[in-house]
Each structure stands twice: as structure tokens, then as C-alpha cells.
Design a protein around this ligand. Structure first.
Ligand code: FES
Length: 210
């Protein structure tokens, strides 16, 4: 088990787009690391406007082994988000505002493009309600695999002030797919909602992913 905290202070920047060839819809590990390197290079740019959150990068052996990781979410204030890595994948953790939660829960199923929850903790038949995308009683926390389901780019929207698209979630810079505040695809070529990875709350301020 590897543990990572958000203790220090840099803003979470968005990553440069990238495509992958390691399986359909997923970037290769090399592409992913290049993407993340670009992301970290941008970190300093928004320091004046984004109160400081850091991400700790799991070491390569942890990534390769696919070990679970623990993330300290205590420092993430409402409206903020961080990105971490698990099994070589970008993982988005967003502390949603009440407005974001209400907006996500007001969406009719008929307005969704992918009706499946895409939550690894639920059966494949589970509907894509916002309730099915988060943990009960912890609905302010949205945990997602941050990889566009079209061709594997990293959607923008993690950093404060970054374009999140008209649905307030994430906007993929590659071909314009838009996701809402539940990580569900609402527009563009992406076929599926952003996946909810396996995770659990270890405490009120710590989650285990994997
Ligand atoms: S990879 Fe995101 S829209 Fe194409």
C-alpha cells in the first residue's frame, strides 16, 4: 500500500492532450507519462489564482505493480480538485460544491448519452444517476478515471478557472467531448461516462484507490 498526501502546495494544472495505442481508448504508459510531465510543467502557471494543492506522484514500482494507493483528501477545499496516478491512469478527485451536486442530480436520464453508471463498484446494469457515481453520504467527493472515453486524452477542468465546458465538469481538448459535474458525457464523440474506479473511504479525509 502506498500513501500519498496533498500536503504541499501547487495548483493542479491540466494536461496536454495525448492519444494512446495501448488498448482501445487508453493511452500507452509512455504517452501518459509524457502527458503528466506536461501537466506538472504547467503547475506553476496558476499559482497566484489557485490556492495550493499538490499531488504526489507514485513511484514507478507502485504504478507497475498496480498497488492500491491512499490519498489524503483533507486539504482539498470545496470547488477544488487534484489529480493523482493509479495503475498508470490519471485519477481525478474533485470536491464538489453544493451547486455542482444539485446540478448533477437534476439531470434527467433522457438527457444522458451513456445511461450506465460506469462505476466499477456497481453492476453493469446500474443507471448513470449521480447517486450511482459517488459514495452515499460522501456525495461531495467525485473520484474518476481522468481519461476521455473517446481516444484517451486527458480532459481539462481540474484547475480553477480552466474551461470546464457548458456542463461544468470537464472539456476534452482533443475533439470537444464535454462532461458534466458527475463526469457523465453530455456532448462530443466520447461514447461513455468517465469511469469510477474502485475506491473506499479509509476515514473522512482519506481514500484508498484500488
Ligand atoms: S479524446 Fe476526448 S474527445 Fe476525443
Amino acid at each position: 500500500m502506498a500513501t500519498y498526501t496533498t500536503g504541499s502546495t501547487t495548483p493542479q494544472g491540466s494536461a496536454a492532450p495525448g492519444h494512446g495505442a495501448e488498448g482501445e481508448g487508453h493511452p500507452s504508459r509512455r504517452d501518459f507519462l509524457q502527458i503528466m510531465a506536461g501537466s506538472w510543467a504547467l503547475v506553476g502557471l496558476g499559482a497566484a489564482m489557485w490556492p495550493m494543492l499538490a499531488q504526489m506522484r507514485p513511484d514507478s514500482s507502485t504504478i507497475a505493480a498496480g498497488l492500491p494507493i491512499e490519498v489524503d483528501i483533507g486539504p482539498i477545499k470545496e470547488g477544488q480538485a487534484i489529480t493523482t496516478l493509479w495503475r498508470g491512469k490519471s485519477i481525478f478527485i474533485r470536491h464538489r460544491t453544493k451547486e455542482e451536486i444539485e446540478t448533477a442530480r437534476s439531470v434527467a436520464m433522457a438527457d444522458l448519452r451513456d445511461l450506465k453508471a460506469q462505476n466499477t463498484a456497481l453492476p453493469d446494469s446500474a443507471e448513470a444517476t449521480d447517486e450511482n457515481r459517488v459514495k452515499a453520504g460522501k456525495e461531495q467527493w467525485l473520484v474518476l478515471v481522468g481519461i476521455c472515453t473517446h481516444l484517451g486524452c486527458i480532459p481539462a477542468g481540474q484547475a480553477m478557472g480552466e474551461n470546464r465546458g457548458e456542463y461544468g465538469g470537464w472539456a476534452c481538448p482533443c475533439h470537444g467531448s464535454l462532461y458534466d459535474t458527475s463526469g457523465r458525457v453530455r456532448k462530443g464523440p466520447a461514447p461513455r461516462n468517465l469511469e469510477v474506479p474502485p475506491y473506499a473511504f479509509v476515514s473522512d479525509t482519506k481514500i484508498k484507490i484500488g
